[in-house]
Design a protein around this ligand. Structure first.
Ligand code: FNR
Length: 362
């Protein structure tokens, strides 16, 4: 049967993947309240479409940190994509560049920055976890720069890993034939490299719980790449992010995998946008599954959005072709939403094109 929306890929992935792997991708933290809320919150926002506007031409292009892309839909970093499909990050990188958009590669990828770069041209960001050993961090950043990555997305919501109970129950470990490729050749001290799941848990243990604002400053001394802070949910932290030199903000709750009972990202977005006062772009990820979701995020002030699980599920189902199709479906849905709302370009999308449950009655 023909696939007509990105959500349908989840059922296919669930059927195809071993339970341990599917659960790793799908799960959220603890009660998974935020996981459901990331989706549910979009249904509290309705459209106020404008009519009788010539929408025969729709321009969805935009510029992110100075890079022109085909649409405001980008790819979030997700770890270990070769667990979904043997071509993993290669397939995702190729699909992103075919779609003319940005891929963010995870620190915890099963392909290295160099390998992803070797798939061909494309605009790519590197997601960074900061480890206790700052030499490792410096080496990762340098390699990402050399491999042509254009920005660092520093993940700031993970001083410790959230409790994903399905993962704990399944005693998840990285399948032995896969490696966290960005760490190959790095001096990680004395660890048992004969066992790759040992490497995975070792690396999780190496995440620096003391990470703080001074490290955001430090990062700017070792790289000239722009730094996006990924995982901001409040106005207070938005102001601090700007003061500390962030080039942009990603409103994210890590796909609901970290602190449960934080709001859906779409609910937190407007607070962050207001606090940013247009000084840096604000992006969003979490629960985007439809073109209408993309439009709602832009109407609330996002400059663009990122998708996580839809990429993994479409990759698991159909490899590169699946990811291409997922991006195409979101592209087409978003274009249709723009046309039916009377918006011909992204800057015509305004707050008045939506109403939310929390808006005062007009
Ligand atoms: C993630 N995410 C994530 N974030 C990050 O900064 N580094 C990482 O390595 C990962 N890994 C990862 C693995 C898996 C399986 C998931 C589902 C998520 C979070 C990711 O970048 C993004 O914030 C969310 O996935 C967005 O939500 P949706 O689109 O999955 O609902």
């Amino acid at each position: 049967m023909e696939i007509t929306n990105v959500t349908e890929y989840e059922a296919i992935a669930k059927e195809k993947l071993p339970k341990m792997i599917y659960d790793y991708f799908a799960s959220g933290a603890e009660d998974q309240w935020t996981l459901k809320e990331n989706r549910n919150a979009f249904s509290r926002i309705l459209f106020r479409p404008r009519i009788l506007i010539d929408v025969s031409k729709i321009d969805m292009t935009t510029t992110v940190l100075g890079f022109k892309i085909s649409m405001p839909i980008m790819i979030a970093p997700t770890s270990m994509q070769k667990m979904a499909h043997p071509e993993g990050e290669y397939a995702v990188a190729r699909a992103a560049s075919a779609a003319g958009t940005i891929m963010t590669l995870s620190t915890l990828a099963t392909s290295s920055v160099e390998e992803v770069a070797s798939t061909g041209p494309g605009i790519r960001f590197f997601q960074l976890y900061v480890f206790k050993d700052r030499n490792v961090v410096a080496q990762l950043v340098r390699r990402a720069e050399r491999a042509g990555f254009k920005a660092i997305a520093l993940t700031v919501d993970t001083p410790r890993l959230g409790r994903r109970e399905a993962v704990i129950k399944n005693r998840f470990s990285l399948p032995p034939f896969l490696t966290l490729k960005n760490f190959e050749g790095l001096d990680l001290g004395k660890i048992d490299r004969s066992n790759d799941s040992g490497l995975a848990s070792y690396i999780a243990d190496q995440i620096d719980q003391s990470l703080s604002w001074k490290d955001v400053k430090w990062l700017q001394t070792i790289t000239s790449l722009p730094i996006l802070l990924k995982g901001v949910l409040t106005a207070e932290d938005t102001r601090l992010a700007i003061q500390n030199g962030a080039a942009g903000i990603i409103v994210s709750n890590h796909g609901a995998r970290q602190l449960d009972y934080v709001p859906a990202t779409i609910m937190a977005l407007e607070e962050v946008v207001k606090a940013a006062q247009g000084r840096v772009p604000v992006f969003l990820d979490g629960g985007i599954r439809r073109g209408t979701d993309v439009f709602k995020a832009l109407a609330l002030g996002a400059s663009g959005i990122f998708i996580g699980r839809p990429v993994i599920y479409s990759l698991a189902a159909e490899g590169e072709a699946g990811v291409r199709k997922a991006l195409q479906m979101l592209h087409d849905e978003f274009e249709l939403t723009m046309a039916l709302s009377g918006c011909r370009s992204l800057n015509e999308i305004t707050r008045d094109h939506i109403k939310t449950e929390w808006d005062p009655v007009r």
